[in-house]
Design a protein around this ligand. Structure first.
Ligand code: NAD
Length: 494
């Protein structure tokens, strides 16, 4: 909001220009900690999406971007990274206003984001093909790694910048162009990022941003000129996107939901494990795909561990996300709030025992939900099976290692898991048996640009980050070169 009380009007970014929606319509962007709107974003529709796709298509097919070498693209990526590092505070502030997550968490993410661009910039001029040792003496064969084309990136509201950069950094390094559709609940940091693309000197059309509701995202997915969809969001949305993309066989990568098990064995350091359980579920107010929402505890230490976790939970400071002393901010938006409150009721009805929290904070306001712990949860209860995406911990007992693994894997999700034990044999043995894309041992909620991230089962398809992720943005082309110039039998396979 401006000092005179009017809302800041943000515009979408198409072909290097900041423009309103074709319809002129806007959506208010809410600040969840204040419960008031602070900005407006365009309510983009199919017309805007078509313009953005045309711009990205033209930039890819005929613009200067398509003619740049990897070395030239890398220089632009590094410049962008430097500008982001300079402006990390401003970008983080926009996200905290939009999604209510702690400023210090968003600032940490924006300060880390340049590393992704530096890393993938280093790969932009190393996308080598192979020379294939031919089984025919008259052929020289080689492969090329070519950029896949126009990418539609569709992102959620919980970490809009970081989750977009998981896609952008490898995609741009590979030479793709982008149309981005951030969440209607948190679009501003992506629009602000577009200003940095202009300053860095990217050619128009390489990075386009349209805003608006899910429907405009669906239009991007269906559009025949989009070559790949890179999506992060809910599993149900991901399934719809995969089905729709299948019509044109558009490439898809999906980073979806989770119900991650955080497993504490009796030989763990209980103080460290209690801290890890808190980090797993109450960090980011539980609004993270990798939340450790199922805490599996060996029965011999169940009471001792819960005592420590509850004691620390009682001290969690709920409040203003811009205050550095705050540990948990508000829930990000109304639909999310309704979902969380509904799950609290469902858990109670299903017989889970409320051990802590379970209410909205009367003083801070309706968007602030207490950190909530349910004990005696059975893995078949809805609270143990569905993703809540909020600060609700389900604690489940297990007898031994075999039962822990069975319960941990008894889920349709497979994004992440953690194992807490001081026994090195058990740590690795269990990690290898968990069906999850990431397993932490004696840690929780760590990601890196160097390490593949993604889900097993219904938590997704494909991997982001790490060396191989750039492959998600390239196609391999094989080129056969005939060496003799002689005609060959046209009626047989060569
Ligand atoms: P969401 O699926 O509701 O929305 C995500 C994005 O998709 C938004 O931009 C939305 O407008 C758009 N969208 C909605 N319907 C669409 C459709 N039919 N076609 C195309 N686009 C559509 O998710 P959300 O509520 O914004 O985010 C929370 C979810 O995201 C949680 O399930 C969480 O686990 C998941 N998530 C996953 C990861 C991961 O990396 N695996 C990271 C963060 C969040």
């Amino acid at each position: 909001m401006k000092t005179d009380g009017t809302l800041i009007a943000y515009q979408q970014h198409i072909n290097g220009q900041f423009v309103p929606a074709v319809s002129g319509k806007t959506i208010e962007s809410m600040n969840p900690s204040l419960g008031t709107p602070w900005a407006t974003i365009p309510d983009s529709n199919q017309d805007d999406a078509n313009l953005a796709i045309s711009a990205a298509r033209e930039a890819f097919d005929n613009g200067p971007w398509g003619k740049m070498t990897g070395t030239q693209r890398a220089k632009l990526l590094r410049k962008l990274a430097d500008i982001i590092a300079r402006d990390a505070e401003e970008l983080a502030s926009c996200e905290t206003r939009d999604n209510g997550k702690l400023y210090r968490e968003m600032l940490g993410q924006w300060k880390y984001i340049p590393e992704f661009f530096y890393y993938f910039a280093g790969m932009a001029d190393k996308l080598q093909g192979d020379t294939i040792p031919s089984d025919r003496s008259n052929f020289f064969i080689y492969t090329r790694r070519e950029p896949i084309g126009v990418v539609a990136a569709i992102t959620p509201w919980n970490s809009p910048g970081l989750l977009l950069v998981f896609k952008l950094a490898p995609g741009l390094a590979a030479g793709c162009t982008f149309v981005v559709k951030p969440s209607e609940h948190a679009s501003v940091s992506t629009i602000e990022l577009a200003k940095r693309f202009v300053e860095a000197g990217f050619p128009p059309g390489v990075f386009n941003v349209i805003t608006g509701l899910g429907g405009v995202g669906a239009h991007l997915v269906e559009h025949p000129e989009v070559d790949k969809v890179a999506f992060t969001g809910a599993t149900d949305t991901g399934k719809r996107i995969a089905a729709s993309a299948a019509k044109n066989l558009t490439r898809v990568s999906l980073e979806l939901g989770g119900k991650s098990p955080n497993i504490v064995f009796e030989d763990a350091d209980l103080d460290v494990a209690a801290n890890g359980a808190i980090a797993g579920i109450f960090g980011a107010t539980g609004q993270t795909c990798m939340a450790g929402s199922r805490l599996l505890v060996q029965e011999s230490i169940y009471d001792a561990l819960l005592e420590k976790i509850i004691a620390r939970t009682q001290k969690i400071k709920l409040g203003d996300p811009t205050d550095n002393a705050t540990e948990m901010g508000p829930v990000a938006n109304e639909p999310q709030l309704m979902k969380i409150l509904d799950f609290i009721d469902v858990a109670k009805k299903d017989g889970a025992r409320l051990l802590y929290g379970g209410k909205q904070d009367k003083v801070l306001g309706k968007m602030f939900v207490e950190p909530t712990i349910f004990g005696d949860v059975n893995n078949q209860m809805r609270i143990a099976r569905e993703e809540v995406f909020g600060p609700i911990l389900s604690v489940i007992r297990f007898k031994d290692e075999a039962e822990a693994i069975k319960i941990a894997n008894d889920t349709r999700f497979g994004l992440a898991a953690a194992v807490w034990t001081q026994n090195i044999h058990r740590a690795h043995r269990v990690a290898h048996q968990l069906k999850a894309g990431t397993v932490w041992i004696n840690a929780y909620r760590v990601v890196s640009f160097l390490t593949p991230f993604g889900g097993f089962k219904e938590s997704g398809m494909g991997r982001e980050n790490g060396i191989d992720s750039i492959r998600e943005y390239t196609e391999t082309k094989s080129v056969y070169v005939e060496l003799t110039g002689e005609p060959r039998d046209p009626f047989t396979l060569g």
